[in-house]
Ligand binder design. Structure first.
Ligand code: SF4
Length: 889
């Protein structure tokens, strides 16, 4: 293993910013993860998630051995079983009776061979990816407008723009390093920023103008902008005339719809003055980049929203030029790589489609015996086909559909009913494993080699720096091995990920005369050492690109697009309200999304104690007016109900959210909480073109749930959750924390506590005050703290951070033991409260104490005193909010 001087260079496994990392081993055999100063996505910076990666490298929650019907199996037996079962199903029912559901967590190489196996050798296109839930509306919108799925802009364009419009994206939390780049460039260049979002998130802290748009009305807003630009004559006539088609139709549609300022303001429910200001800012600023993300994509009209945005850039000619154009941000680390290899059921490899010429080309390139000729089933339709019995064998790779696809109770039932389910994953913490017939352990970040592509088309290497636990293998190898057992060994006989990449590059260049955007011809001859040393490179990579770090050709700078007539297309789009509206029974609109310090269903980020402290429990965020109206209090529990299900979560009050709307994060699963899978509530309404589900506008009600007691259980080792109404588990340093609530009390709390750790002989101490229903227990083994239990009728639970620290003590004398039962330190700064700054472990109580004690008035002041906010900067908006609240008070 390399020392610090020549650390392994790799890429972050989380969001689509795609930050470069340097990983080195420390003296204790652990790892140090730092930002790579030479990587063009982050120049050394990391957010809290990237900075905490070393905490997630433990092997505790890893799948280590193949399992068949729950029993450990030899690899070859398991692989042969998978191959033979798939073959039997195909022989009996045809190739469309099997399906792969894959993931933006896969390396491009694994994605490539999965797609090749399904589309070229099995003969079906039933392979779809969880990126369907993330950005497929952008893919569909790009293809309608450009004839290709091309992101025309880069991060540098965003930095050099004079105006950045951020719509449907909480960049500050979901793409934090890119957000920091914008903060810096704004400081330096005076870039103006407009934020359009129903929630006033941390991103709007830098907004010169914030538009609190009504959910689902973005098409109306951007059509209104189109009309305004046309009326003001803000058009690039030359560009529109020479390089686009369909303008007249689109502009007329926009006019016909009556996109006058007041109508737009009314439908979008934004004060007319702000709409006017936005339109004027856009009209008068040539160098404009529009950044968008899941708030646009995750919609039943997502594709139209994307095209409404692209239309205004086409009409103003603001595309293909420095500092101008639309920039979609992908959620996952390799959503783009998946797009490049045909990971979506409706695309072929190397950005080709199911037209006859492309099918024939790919068939010849692969020497494919059973080439698929038509698109397969998109994610939601795929699981409907599993449920109806049309699909009889399903392989889920590196994703957790039981939690992440809307109407998730239905998805679970489909998986349960499916005759044969294979799950290949790295983690034991996936709810989808519960109903798998075969479980295949996969190597994960740090253990596998491959490439990923970030949101600005930059391909970067992920490199292995540690051995996978047990018998876990890289995904590409698992897929190729199954292909081999199915009889396709010669076509899948790769000696390493680099050989797959070389083939992928060769296919992109195969019969590509410049009529396809995705072209890696400059990488086709890559040797093993060339692959090992591959520097970040943005595609297209020209055949003669000797210096791959040199700036690549700017796409669309010549006004040539990838449509048959080489013109970009205006797409006329009309505003349509979301398909389901609020009612008396379900009067609030549920929005969903991410929190700052967690990732997807927490199978990796959930094991970091540092990340867990930011938001420890699942929650519903709402405006104080709604909380008052529905009888809810901050910190209390609530049931969020839709016609499909109900979940139980904590209430947070935040007046940045639009009254009438609420927000719940997507991260919690049945593995880490009793009942908070938000996708249980959401119906499977999809965009007709992209197949992307609507995840932002579900009508719900929120009612208070008042438990009789609340509790905190902290154990040295993870224990099973007891049968109670509510529980949530989070990782602690050297311990596991569980918050609980119940409406029924046991006869003996002592027996209840002992049953949490059955079969263990511990020394117990306790404190009870029946009059106040307070019960506290601590258990020790050889003077070492093993477990604490705090139960209370009122919610006066101890400081989590302080309790966590007690588990780092190797032995405790009598005074320390009693102190544990007191539940707090005599030093107020030791009672940190919820974590705000993950990098330096600074909690909210520490911040509030320091602000009051030292009279701090700025985020920089706070950084000077506590260091909080001085590293990755992800917490700076929250510190700013604390300062503002304090000043307002
Ligand atoms: Fe990873 Fe954070 Fe960079 Fe995203 S912004 S790639 S999560 S370090």
């Amino acid at each position: 293993m390399a020392d610090n001087a020549d650390a392994i260079r790799t890429t972050c496994p989380y969001c689509g910013v795609g930050c470069g990392l340097r990983v080195s081993e420390n003296k204790d055999g652990g790892f140090v993860v730092k930002g790579d100063p030479d990587h063009p996505a982050n120049f050394g910076k990391l957010c809290s998630k990237g900075a905490a990666l070393a905490e997630t490298l433990g092997d505790e929650n890893r799948l280590r051995f193949p399992l068949v019907d729950g029993m450990r199996s030899r690899w070859d037996d398991a692989l042969n079983h998978v191959a033979m079962t798939f073959k039997n199903v195909i022989r009996e029912y045809g190739p469309d009776a099997v399906a792969f559901y894959v993931s933006g967590q896969l390396m491009t190489e694994a994605y490539y061979v999965a797609n090749k196996l399904m589309k070229g050798f099995i003969g079906s296109a039933n392979i779809d990816t969880n990126s369907r839930l993330c950005m497929s509306s952008t893919v569909a919108g790009h293809k309608r407008a450009f004839g290709s799925d091309t992101v025309p802009t880069t991060y540098r364009d965003m930095e050099t723009a004079d105006l950045v419009v951020i719509v449907g994206s909480n960049m500050a939390w979901c793409h934090p390093v890119l957000y920091r780049r914008l903060v810096e460039s704004r400081k330096k260049n005076g870039t103006r920023v407009v934020v359009i979002d129903p929630r006033k998130t941390a991103t709007s802290d830098i907004a010169d103008l914030y538009l609190p748009i009504k959910p689902g009305t973005d098409v109306k807003l951007f059509n209104g902008l189109l009309s305004h630009l046309a009326a003001k004559g803000i058009m690039d006539w030359d560009f529109t005339k020479n390089h686009t088609s369909g303008f007249k139709h689109t502009a007329m549609e926009a006019y016909l719809e009556g996109n006058k300022m007041d109508g737009v303001a009314e439908i979008c429910d934004i004060p007319e003055s702000r709409v006017r200001e936005f339109f004027e800012m856009f009209a008068t600023t040539e160098k404009t980049v529009t950044v968008f993300s899941q708030g646009i994509n995750q919609s039943s009209s997502g594709t139209d929203k994307v095209n409404a945005i692209i239309n205004v850039h086409l009409m103003s000619g603001r595309i293909g030029k420095p500092g101008q154009g639309p920039l979609s941000l992908t959620g996952q680390p390799n959503a783009m790589g998946g797009r490049e290899v045909g990971g979506l059921a409706n695309t072929l490899a190397a950005h080709m489609d199911f037209d006859a010429a492309s099918v024939d080309r790919v068939k010849r390139f692969w020497s494919a015996p059973n080439m698929a000729h038509a698109p397969g089933l998109k994610a939601v339709d795929m699981f409907a086909a599993v449920k109806s019995g049309r699909i009889k064998a399903l392989w889920v790779m590196a994703t957790n559909p039981a939690v992440s696809i809307p109407h998730s109770l239905n998805i679970r039932q489909a998986i349960r009913q499916c005759p044969f389910v294979v799950v290949s994953d790295c983690s034991t913490r996936s709810d989808t494993l519960k109903d798998a017939d075969v479980v295949l352990p996969a190597a994960t970040w740090g253990e596998r080699d491959g490439t990923v592509t970030n949101s600005e088309r930059m391909i970067s290497r992920q490199r292995a720096f540690k051995k996978a636990p047990g018998e876990a293998r890289p995904d590409w190898r698992i897929i190729c091995d199954v292909a081999g057992f199915m009889g396709y060994q010669p076509a899948f006989d790769y000696q390493g990920a680099g050989e797959i990449f070389a083939e992928h590059a060769a296919l992109s260049a195969f019969e590509n005369n410049g009529d396809r955007d995705f072209n890696l011809s400059g990488l086709t001859g890559l040797t093993k050492s060339g692959y090992d040393g591959l520097e970040p490179v943005r595609w297209p990579v020209a055949p003669d690109a000797k210096d791959r770090s040199a700036p690549q050709r700017r796409l669309f700078q010549d006004g040539v697009f990838f449509t048959p007539d080489q013109r970009a297309r205006f797409v006329p789009v009309r505003y349509a309200p979301p398909p389901v509206d609020v009612s008396d029974a379900f009067p609030l609109i549920l929005n969903t999304g991410r929190v700052r310090d967690q990732w997807h269903t927490m199978t990796r980020s959930g094991s970091s104690p540092m990340l867990a402290r930011h938001r420890m429990e699942p929650f519903v965020e709402m405006h104080s007016l709604d909380a008052k109206r529905y009888g809810l209090r901050a910190g209390g529990l609530a049931l969020v109900k839709s016609p499909l299900a109900e979940i139980c979560v904590r209430v947070r009050i935040d007046n940045g959210i639009r009254p009438g709307t609420v927000f719940t994060p997507i991260h919690w699963s049945d593995t880490n909480t009793a009942n908070a899978v938000v996708c249980k509530l959401i119906p499977a309404n999809v965009d007709a073109l992209s197949g992307q589900p609507e995840l932002k506008t579900t009508p719900v009600s929120v009612v208070a749930f008042d438990p009789v007691w609340s509790g905190l259980v902290v154990t040295r080792r993870d224990v099973a959750a007891p049968q109670v109404d509510y529980w949530t588990k989070t990782a602690g340093k050297g311990c596991s924390l569980m918050t609980l609530s119940g409406s029924g009390s046991p006869e003996s709390w002592q027996i209840w506590a002992e049953n949490l750790v059955p079969g263990q002989t511990f020394d117990w101490i306790s404190y009870s005050d029946d009059s106040r229903s307070i019960h506290r227990f601590a258990a020790f083994k050889q003077d070492r703290l093993e477990l604490v239990v705090f139960i209370s009728k009122v919610q006066d639970l101890p400081d989590f951070g302080w309790i966590e620290q007690q588990f780092s003590e190797h032995s405790m004398d009598a005074a320390m033991r009693s102190g544990v039962l007191a539940g707090k330190s005599a030093d107020p700064d030791m009672n940190k409260g919820a974590l705000v700054c993950s990098c330096f472990g600074i909690g909210i109580n520490q911040l509030l104490n320091a602000i009051a004690r030292e009279g701090l008035i700025s985020v920089d002041d706070v950084g000077r005193v506590l260091k909080a906010g001085t590293n990755c900067g992800s917490c700076r908006p929250e510190i700013q909010a604390l300062l503002e609240n304090r000043q307002a008070a």
